[in-house]
Design a protein around this ligand. Structure first.
Ligand code: SF4
Ligand code: SF4
Length: 139
């Protein structure tokens, strides 16, 4: 297993909005919709989902491809800052991803504005124990 299992991505240039809809290639910013979620699902620039594609937003011509291909439930749509810097598993001091470390993934060094599909909202008051993390991710 390596970190591509979790679709880890990081920006080429440091940015504050990587992994959010406003920088996704599927996002039509003038219309607040996304090419994959169809015309009826309003998507805010601050949202994100598991199907994020960097280097957006989309050009206006993408409008002709808009259709309902996934539901918010299927894509994991959330309105949250989904980068490592806001993740439960991030050790900012050393740039370590605790989850990757626990799973013995060699490349466990990540960056503040990286992201992956295992992102979990950070809770300063409660850090999960090694056992709790392993229970969730290792079957
Ligand atoms: S909902 Fe997902 S696919 Fe659509 S614009 Fe946002 S991140 Fe991209
Ligand atoms: S810190 Fe969180 S978002 Fe970043 S790579 Fe690790 S699990 Fe994924």
């Amino acid at each position: 297993m390596d970190r591509s299992t979790f679709l880890y991505l990081e920006p080429k240039v440091k940015t504050h909005n990587f992994a959010q809809c406003e920088t996704c290639s599927m996002y039509l910013s003038k219309h607040n919709i996304c090419s994959l979620h169809g015309k009826d699902v309003k998507i805010k620039p601050t949202m994100s989902c598991g199907l994020y594609v960097p280097n957006g937003p989309a050009p206006e011509s993408e409008m002709e491809h808009v259709s309902l291909k996934v539901t918010p439930k299927e894509s994991g749509l959330v309105d949250a800052k989904v980068r490592c810097e806001h993740c439960e598993y991030y050790e900012m001091k050393d740039n370590d991803c605790l989850l990757f470390k626990m799973l013995n993934i060699k490349e466990y060094k990540v960056v503040d504005d990286g992201c992956c599909n295992a992102w979990t909202k950070g809770d300063e008051g409660k850090k999960e124990t090694k056992q709790e993390i392993l229970k969730k991710f290792v079957k």
